[in-house]
Design a protein around this ligand. Structure first.
Ligand code: ADP
Length: 153
């Protein structure tokens, strides 16, 4: 079974993330969405909320599993039996950053293959960071989030 790990902070999970998971489901049998728990990284939404939203988004998709982890992504790949790491690319900036991580991961765990998926044009401007700004300053963010991601309800 081809299993991909889709790691991220998902603070919050956006339509851009959703697009990457859907594309991943066309490539792999199973996608494990791995929500990063990083004590030193302050998030707007706590871990339980971020996980609950993603579980709600995929409640009718048995091929998606949501888990959380701390530590190295490659170690978590081994733990869940994922042979692939799925990441999304929006911009050349994403590429430079992702390439660096993928190279180190490939050194440390040669059997785990990083796979990059381009987001659709309409999602290239969507990031959790921009959405958090919109939330903080009263902008309209609803069209960037899956319906199940309900902020402030
Ligand atoms: P991280 O903190 O690890 O970057 P994110 O939650 O910001 O976690 O992103 C997780 C993954 O989703 C990354 O591979 C990122 O490039 C990708 N991603 C985020 N937003 C989009 C988008 N709008 N289109 C495509 N990929 C995206």
């Amino acid at each position: 079974m081809k299993t991909a790990l889709f790691p991220g902070t998902f603070d919050p999970f956006t339509n851009g993330h959703l697009d990457i998971v859907q594309k991943g489901l066309n490539l792999f049998d199973k996608v494990v969405i791995a929500v990063g728990e990083n004590a030193s990284k302050k998030t707007m939404f706590d871990l339980a909320t971020r996980i609950q939203w993603i579980e709600d988004v995929f409640k009718n998709e048995p091929r998606v599993v949501v888990k959380h982890y701390s530590g190295l992504t490659i170690h978590f790949c081994k733990e869940v039996g994922a042979q692939y790491i799925l990441r999304g690319l929006r911009t050349i900036g994403d590429f430079e950053y992702e390439k660096q991580i993928a190279m180190v991961n490939a050194d440390l765990a040669p059997t785990v293959q990083s796979v990059f998926v381009l987001s659709e044009q309409k999602y290239t401007a969507v990031s959790s960071t921009v959405i958090r700004d919109l939330i903080l300053h009263g902008g309209d963010y609803a069209s960037y989030l899956p319906e199940a991601v309900t902020i402030g309800e």
